[in-house]
Design a protein around this ligand. Structure first.
Ligand SMILES: Nc1nc2c(ncn2[C@@H]2O[C@H](COP(=O)(O)OP(=O)(O)O)[C@@H](O)[C@H]2O)c(=O)[nH]1
Ligand SMILES: [Mg+2]
Length: 408
């Protein structure tokens, strides 16, 4: 994003804001009208049932719904988010509240990662051109943000080369840095052949969520179920973490909120592969597009976890050989280098196809996403920045780097 046109940018963002506001007011009126019609109908029904059997029945329980977003203030967050969307070619009337809300969360979430990083760097640089000393500072800052040694070496190497060739001003330096970081994140994504991971229509897609305890597998699965069913994919959940009794209950709550069924086996010590077996049968019967599989997360040093994952995969291959299977490693960003270690060890034995980074809200270690791309060669597929059902989005490297290096 460039700041050269900041007056135009503000005007553009103002227009986007006004359009969203208008849309929201229209939606509210529409909703109110519907509510009034519903109440009218309910009244009639109640009168009817009172006449029919002389009793007034309890009104049916309303299913728990997901709250619609409210348009906030026209502030710096809105302007920044609108500009990030504009820079990616969005038209002023194409912007949605979901996108603005997410980008605001992402930028806020990466605040800690940014704090000791860009702000400090800009302060150090001032308006002066980059010097070999400022590169040393940058190196320290990148390492501190958990970007990892390999990525840091790569970026600093490119910058040094550029410095030898020409004078690089502070702003141009940041721009170059953003481009280099984006290249690192994009490489495994490009190699995978798909930009964004979506279920393929007409086939059964099976996404296994793997990772150690507490990183956010079950929560992420709940958010994915919501995203998937909202995007009109027929979705089903398999509760294959039979190790934790509460895991099934936790999944059922998520399933209810996104209107997705959960296949489980409540008996103690149920075999996870058997749950997956049942879930595949059910998925075939119901013509499901996406089956999301929650798995247990005992430490990867225990071979039995890897054996279990292998067994689950074998069942899938045998029962639905033409299914599209994705093994997605869930990593908790706040674990920094420890997460990187987990990624390396899972990558060795679990045949991973991608990563999901969670808990990007409020950690200073968001840079670990770069280390995962560079050192484990895993494409990042989704990122999570909060505990809410909407706090997960498909990964977008441009947005991520802009949020990580935003100058405020
Ligand atoms: N702040 C924050 N918390 C999260 C996020 N994802 C998951 N959590 C929390 O992390 C904890 C563990 O999550 P859970 O899904 O049970 O992890 P699992 O053991 O891998 O299945 C829960 O308290 C979640 O609410 C996130 O993106 N941000
Ligand atoms: Mg879990």
């Amino acid at each position: 994003m460039t700041n050269t046109n900041s007056d135009n940018s503000r005007e553009w963002a103002e227009q986007a804001y006004a359009l969203l506001k208008k849309r929201q007011e229209e939606q509210k009126q529409e909703l109110q009208k519907k509510e009034e019609q519903k109440q009218e109908l309910q009244k009639k029904e109640e009168q009817k049932s009172f006449i029919d059997n002389g009793t007034k029945e309890n009104p049916p329980k309303k299913p728990e719904t997901v709250d619609e977003l409210e348009l906030g203030e026209f502030d710096d967050n809105f302007t920044w988010s609108a500009m990030v969307l504009a820079a990616q070619g969005k038209k002023v009337n194409q912007i949605t509240l979901d996108e603005i809300d997410w980008l605001t969360k992402l930028r806020r979430g990466l605040e800690e990662t940014r704090k000791g990083f860009v702000s400090e760097l800009l302060e150090k640089l001032g308006d002066d051109p980059l010097t070999p000393e400022s590169l040393d500072d940058l190196e320290t800052l990148l390492i501190r943000a958990d970007v990892g040694i390999d990525s840091t070496d790569k970026v600093i190497g490119s910058l040094r080369k550029k410095l030898n060739e020409e004078v690089v001003g502070g702003e141009a330096g940041i721009k170059f840095l953003k481009r280099e970081l984006k290249l690192i994140i994009d490489k495994p994504i490009k190699n995978s052949g798909t930009n964004i991971l979506v279920p393929q229509k007409g086939k059964l897609n099976v996404w296994l969520l793997v990772g150690v305890n507490g990183v956010g597998k079950t929560t992420t699965l709940g958010k994915l179920a919501y995203l998937s069913s909202r995007s009109k994919y027929k979705t089903l959940i398999a509760a294959a973490d039979t190790f934790r009794a509460a895991a099934v209950e936790q999944l059922k709550v998520w399933g209810e909120r996104s209107n997705v069924d959960v296949i489980s086996n409540q008996s103690k010590n149920a075999d996870p592969a058997a749950v997956v077996f049942d879930a595949i049968n059910s998925a075939k019967k119901r013509n499901i597009d996406l089956l999301l599989v929650d798995t247990a997360g005992r430490l990867q040093t225990k071979n039995n976890l890897m054996d279990e994952l292998a067994k689950i995969k074998k069942i899938i291959d045998k029962k639905v050989p033409d299914a599209i299977v994705e093994s997605l490693l869930v990593l908790d960003a706040s674990q920094g280098q420890n997460g990187l270690k987990q990624a390396k060890s899972f990558a060795k034995s679990a045949n991973l196809s991608g990563a999901i980074i969670t808990k990007l809200d409020g950690t200073s270690r968001g840079g670990v996403s770069l280390a995962v791309s560079e050192e484990v060669n895993l494409p990042i597929r989704f990122i999570g920045a909060g505990e809410g059902i909407k706090d997960l989005r498909p990964f977008n490297s441009y947005e991520f780097v802009e949020a990580m290096l935003a100058d405020k």
